[in-house]
Design a protein around this ligand. Structure first.
Ligand code: HEC
Ligand code: HEC
Length: 249
């Protein structure tokens, strides 16, 4: 059983005492649960319900962590906030995730310009060589057409600066090495008893017989390069502004 951490005030992000430690994997799972259960109403930035800004720890009242866990589990009767079917620990890591984003500042400040960001995305940044947006570009990396509905600006910025920090499970690359020593990596499309299908880095569909493989498995590192130092602070802000404009068709 997990001990409940000391009560703290989530409403005061500047004054949060560091206590209960969650692993990065816990926070990532909290993020996943938030996206699966909360984003629909609260939005990816957590600010779509008027007067409530979950991403910045701004609530209508001051709640202890315990109280937040109870609100998440039980909802608020008589309002639009429904009960959520989450275990104690799951609700705790959603709160931990919200706390982590409330305290993580953005490195790239300044107002981005989405139009300039689009030009960088398609030009200098070479993002289309791996990503697809509205049917244009490559399938090597995830389709970003609705990335704004899924990710917050801080997370987008982190993807550009520290791509290895958080790779969503469904975006991990798969690597297979054949007995002849050929290494094939890319997005895993399918695995069955006899074969694996990988979309390789040149967007070719490779079907490999499992009996021919020496090793195979997911790789944790992102194949995406870091853009730290490659794009200026202003250019990064522009690209983030462009990504935030991608809300699906
Ligand atoms: C169906 C839409 C919906 C879903 C799904 C939903 N919420 Fe809410 N939530 C609301 C609404 C609407 C309110 C405001 C209720 C009120 O009027 O007091 C609210 C209130 C809250 C509050 C109280 C804030 C305050 O200032 O009192 C918290 C905390 C909260 N939601 C967190 C979450 C979390 C975390 C999740 C996901 C596990 C979630 N909500 C899922 C609609 C939703
Ligand atoms: C060499 C290929 C490659 C290039 C070039 C590349 N990316 Fe990526 N990117 C990936 C892959 C693969 C992933 C999935 C793994 C991960 O999350 O890091 C990814 C992930 C992302 C994510 C996170 C998606 C999510 O759902 O979490 C964003 C945002 C992103 N890329 C934006 C960009 C932008 C903007 C550029 C150009 C400035 C760019 N990428 C250039 C391959 C690339």
């Amino acid at each position: 059983m997990r001990l409940l951490p000391l009560v703290f005030l989530l409403a005061l992000p500047g004054a949060l005492p560091a206590q209960h430690t969650y692993t990065p994997a816990d926070i990532q799972e909290g993020n996943r649960l938030f996206r699966a259960n909360c984003v629909l109403c609260h939005g990816p930035e957590g600010d779509q319900v008027p007067g409530i800004d979950l991403g910045h720890g701004r609530f209508r009242q001051t709640y202890s962590e315990n109280a937040l866990v109870k609100i998440i589990q039980n909802g608020i009767p008589g309002t639009g906030m429904p009960p959520n079917n989450l275990q104690d620990f799951q609700a705790e890591i959603v709160v931990a995730y919200l706390r982590s984003i409330a305290t993580s500042g953005r490195e790239v400040t300044g107002n981005g310009d989405a139009k300039r960001g689009k030009a960088i995305f398609e030009g200098k940044g070479n993002c289309l060589s791996c990503h697809r947006v509205y049917g244009l570009g490559s399938r090597v990396g995830p389709d970003l057409s609705d990335i704004a509905a899924l990710r917050r600006s801080v997370e987008l910025e982190r993807s550009l600066l520290e791509p290895n920090e958080e790779v969503l499970a469904q975006n991990r690359y798969y690597r297979a090495v054949t007995k002849q020593g050929e290494s094939v990596s890319g997005r895993l499309l399918n695995v069955d008893t006899f074969s694996v299908q990988i979309l390789d880095s040149k967007e070719r569909l490779r079907s490999l017989q499992r009996a021919d493989l020496r090793e195979a498995g997911f790789v944790n590192d992102s194949p995406m390069p870091s853009y730290r130092g490659k794009l200026s602070t202003q250019e990064l802000a522009d690209v983030v502004a462009y990504l935030l404009s991608l809300k699906g068709i």
